[in-house]
Design a protein around this ligand. Structure first.
Ligand code: NAP
Length: 296
């Protein structure tokens, strides 16, 4: 394989691990890798290893054509721009257009499960990006519909454990969480493969759990009580606003629970193994490694 592989968002949590898996798991030569970021100075360690580091800002379309030049396959890691509705989709559309213009043959994109017609307020960004890929002139693309990271539990569990109460509007909906590092391995595999064509994978963990089931397992692992307190959506939003979240952001976070309650992140698929040839880390194993940090 001689194709040149480009990773956007290479300084982020996921991007760093994608680079790790390209180098260490898949043994891709560093000279074949381009890593982009808005802050190239943060990736000096990668440059020192022989990886080409370039500046790319999805808010600055002109920067993208240069940044993407010479790449054969490109991993478009969705951004974290949730401050303004529509901003993230515009960023991703600019990235897809720049990939077309730069002559990139194949784009891999990090999406979410069931992005169409979703109650999740961030879903239109992913649905719109998938549409941009489908309508593009790119020869091929791979959509990775990534389930939620186990690591997202760090957003709610430390404070819930401190209180002994976990407020939830997810009802009996289950989540098929998966480790972020496993998703990085999947993204690296899709990027480094020679797969052409247009493929969508839904990458879940090995099991799906309700909020109650997660709470029971976490409580046991950290040896602290944790009770799930069911609340209506409005109550959840109110609680977050009371804790200092801006109301629009609280509504976004709360819509994750609505989405869960409707069973939209519960599907356990075999796609992870199909793509990578290995099974993802089970929750029990992830919890064993992260229990102390969750309870800290
Ligand atoms: N499946 C899940 O559970 C889950 C959870 C959290 C997030 N996500 C999504 O997955 C993405 C990757 O996750 P992560 O944990 O690696 O998030 P992260 O550490 O917050 O990284 C976000 C990345 O977005 C890039 N970015 C932000 N604005 C950009 C812009 N204007 N132009 C180009 N790149 C930009 C950043 O790159 P630079 O700073 O280097 O420019 C950064 O690498 C997130 O951005 C989010 O869309 C998924």
């Amino acid at each position: 394989m001689t194709s040149t592989l480009l990773v956007t968002g290479a300084s982020g949590h996921l991007g760093q691990r994608v680079i790790h898996h390209l180098l260490e798991t898949l043994h891709v030569a560093p000279e074949r890798i381009i890593a982009t970021t808005r802050k190239p100075e943060t990736l000096q360690a990668l440059a020192d290893q022989g990886i080409t580091v370039r500046a790319a800002d999805f808010d600055d379309a002109a920067s993208l054509r240069q940044a993407f030049a010479g790449a054969d396959r490109l991993l478009l890691i969705s951004t974290d721009a949730l401050d303004r509705p529509g901003r993230r989709l515009a960023q991703h559309q600019a990235a897809v257009a720049a990939a077309e213009q730069a002559g990139v043959a194949h784009v891999v994109y990090t999406s979410m499960p069931l992005p169409d017609n979703s109650p999740l307020l961030i879903a239109p960004d992913h649905a719109g990006t998938e549409k941009a890929l489908a309508n593009s002139t790119l020869k091929g693309w791979t959509v990775l519909r990534n389930h939620w990271y186990f690591e997202n539990l760090f957003m709610s569990l430390p404070s819930a454990l401190a209180m002994g109460q976990w407020f939830s509007a997810a009802e009996q909906g289950k989540i098929a969480h998966i480790a972020r590092d496993d998703l990085a391995r999947a993204a690296a595999t899709a990027l480094a493969s020679d797969a052409a064509g247009k493929t969508t994978y839904t990458l879940s963990g090995t099991e799906a759990f309700t909020t109650e089931q997660i709470a029971q397992r976490v409580s046991q692992a950290v040896n602290k009580p944790l009770q799930v307190v069911p609340v209506p959506l409005a109550g959840l939003i109110q609680g977050m606003v009371g804790a200092g979240f801006p109301a629009p952001l609280a509504a976004v976070f709360a819509s994750f629970d609505t989405n869960t309650a409707l069973g939209r992140v519960a599907e356990v698929t075999g796609d992870y193994q199909k793509l990578t040839g290995v099974t993802p880390q089970p929750f029990a194993d992830w919890l064993e490694h992260n229990a102390a940090a969750l309870a800290a």
